[in-house]
Design a protein around this ligand. Structure first.
Ligand SMILES: [Fe+2]
Length: 292
């Protein structure tokens, strides 16, 4: 479930054995863990390791790398610019690492986020509670089978509660999970996806794949028995480490921690070394129908 890569460089070059191990583990549904790869917060950036940089409304501060627009921060002016620069440095570093470590020639860098608020003790509706095991699927962002790859860094400062650990649970393999839930999730409503697209609720129209992934996401979170009894493992990521995972494939729950950075990437499945491992292909195999 966890593949540890003791690399210390963000830029490589990495030898072929390391690159091969990385892509095989990642596509098989492991979490790639980099225990010796700290993201360096500079001295003058330490002031941003403070929950008050958040505007208190959204879970995360986000940066759109294509426009440089920063959202959900309480900071303004020069401070907001310096925070954006820190988040951008992380996002660019993650993109550089991925291009040196993984064989994907065409990978899209999506949003970068900064998560300064403690996970534990926040209150949510069940569907938006990421402390429950789930695979990522987003109501407003249809993927049409494209992959969601996420790269994280724990930047909690010394003296943080619980030693600054970011605590996750990681669940059973995607195919086991999907096999269990597919017969139970509600069937696609014809016309609904088209309507949501037309109304501008979704960016483009949801495919059957997107509807199914959303249903799986919700069904898993709402099933208390599954949350308690399905096979799962506790993992903790210490300050100064990074990790990367296909979050549309790997069941995960974030139970605790504060001060993490995250970069999302989107990937066409034809870029994968083994496209048959993509959730789209697994769901098409299990359901016996085309989903995009
Ligand atoms: Fe998630």
């Amino acid at each position: 479930m966890i593949e540890e890569l003791p690399i210390t460089s963000w830029t490589g070059p990495f030898d072929e054995g390391v690159r091969q191990r990385a892509v095989t583990a990642l596509e098989s549904g492991a979490v790639l863990f980099f225990p010796q790869l700290p993201f360096q917060v500079r001295d003058e950036e330490r002031e941003f390791l403070d929950t008050r940089v958040s505007d208190g409304r959204a879970k995360n501060i986000s940066l759109d790398p294509s426009t440089g627009r920063l959202q959900a921060t309480a900071l303004t002016g020069e401070k907001a610019q310096r925070l954006a620069a820190m988040i951008e440095r992380f996002g660019a570093g993650a993109a550089g690492l991925i291009s040196a470590l993984l064989p994907y020639r065409n990978i899209e860098r999506a949003r970068t986020s900064y998560r300064p608020v403690q996970v534990k003790g926040r209150s949510y509706s069940k569907i938006s509670d990421d402390r429950l095991l789930h695979v990522d699927a987003f109501p407003t962002r249809p993927m049409h089978g494209r992959r969601i790859l996420r790269f994280f860094a724990n930047v909690a400062p010394p003296g943080s509660p619980d030693a600054g650990l970011r605590r996750w649970q990681v669940g059973e393999p995607f195919e086991d999970f999907a096999g269990k839930f597919l017969p139970r999730v509600s069937p696609h409503m014809p016309g609904k996806s088209w309507l949501l697209g037309k109304l501008g609720v979704t960016r483009g129209t949801r495919s059957l794949y997107d509807e199914l992934m959303l249903s799986l996401h919700d069904a898993a979170k709402l099933d208390e028995d599954f949350q308690k009894t399905s096979p799962q493992e506790a993992v903790s990521f210490p300050p100064g480490s990074c990790w990367m995972v296909f979050t549309d494939q790997v069941l995960h729950a974030a139970l605790g921690g504060e001060f993490a950075l995250e970069q999302t990437f989107h990937l066409d499945i034809d870029q994968m070394a083994e496209p048959a491992r993509a959730p789209l292909k697994v769901l098409e195999r299990l359901s016996g129908r085309e989903l995009v």
